[in-house]
Design a protein around this ligand. Structure first.
Ligand SMILES: O=C(O)CCC(=O)C(=O)O
Length: 297
């Protein structure tokens, strides 16, 4: 009989990954535990700029009545960050994080699937445990998705640091939000702001519960193998007169209908099964009162 994939307890606290700038160490942690931590991935200046930009944008989306809110307004998702500040685009260039991602995908041609922020206040129930590639419906030998948590606040068990199940990426199981929470040993990500946590799309995880009075701010850049998209980019290449004459059946078929989080076009409160079209004026950088600002190219 083969050795079990995970033995219980599944880890000893002292063996778990700690923040590092040694890429070989980070990749070894990623392979072994399903995640690694990159120390000081963001400079103090970048953290301050990203946090200020995010807070202003989140306030603006609320002021305009467009915010994606749940839990009585205590949790806000800010979508489409590449449109919302140069600082967010610059974060995507972080070399050590990109080194781990290239290691995970086996090449450097992976693509961004979403770049969002989650602002979570006290009173939000913990998110159900899931895998970011759970929709694939089966275990894969290698991850086809990898996510990066960018801590722009310190993260801890007290303020809802992401719940992670070390080594769960090895369990041959596909799981998404509507599955019952798994039995297993978990931790809350605990690290200083500026740390990036890169995790395997098969890792079981979810937002922790914030027991403090300060909302928790974190950014999430979700990456995918480049084949995880349509072969033909209809959103970009469709002729306007062809799009105008599509009925709902063909609009859905060509990717103009949102499915859960997939296929969004820049309107923050878009819902599952909404239709989207070419968006001539996606939301860009907004001042807290909702007025447009062009802060950076
Ligand atoms: O908020 C977090 O820490 C995790 C978020 C997450 O896993 C998700 O949105 O799928």
């Amino acid at each position: 009989m083969n050795a079990p994939l995970i033995t219980r307890p599944s880890f000893r606290p002292e063996e778990l990954p700690v923040p590092t700038r040694d890429l070989a160490r980070a990749c070894a942690d990623y392979d072994e535990f399903g995640y690694c931590l990159i120390a000081d991935a963001l400079s103090p200046g970048t953290i301050a700029e990203a946090r200020a930009r995010l807070v202003a944008q989140a306030d603006a989306e609320r002021a305009k009545g467009l915010a994606d809110l749940d839990s009585n307004g205590r949790r806000q998702r800010v979508w489409f960050l590449p449109n919302k500040g140069r600082v967010f685009r610059d974060i995507l260039r972080q070399k050590d994080v990109n080194g781990v991602l290239a290691h995970s995908f086996g090449h450097s041609h992976y693509i961004l699937g979403s770049f969002t922020a989650y602002i979570v206040a006290r009173g939000v129930p913990p998110q159900s445990i899931h895998q970011d590639q759970g929709w694939f419906g089966q275990h894969t030998e290698r991850p086809i998705v990898a996510n990066v948590v960018w801590a722009i606040d310190d993260l801890s068990a007290e303020n809802g640091g992401t719940v992670l199940y070390p080594r769960s990426h090895r369990v041959p199981r596909a799981m998404y939000h509507n599955d019952p929470n798994p039995d297993g040993d978990f931790i809350n990500a605990t690290c200083p702001k500026g740390t990036a946590i890169v995790f395997d799309g098969r890792l079981w995880h979810g937002t922790g519960e914030n027991h403090t009075d300060a909302p928790r701010h974190a950014l999430f850049s979700y990456f995918m193998q480049p084949y995880m998209r349509a072969q033909e980019n209809y959103a970009l290449g469709i002729r306007p007169e062809v799009y105008e004459n599509l009925d709902d059946e063909l609009r859905e078929r060509l990717g103009f209908r949102v499915w859960l989080a997939y296929g969004r076009a820049g309107v923050p409160n878009t819902k599952h099964l909404d239709f989207v079209g070419p968006n001539p004026a996606p939301i860009g950088e907004l001042a807290p009162d909702g007025t447009p600002r062009e802060l950076g190219r």
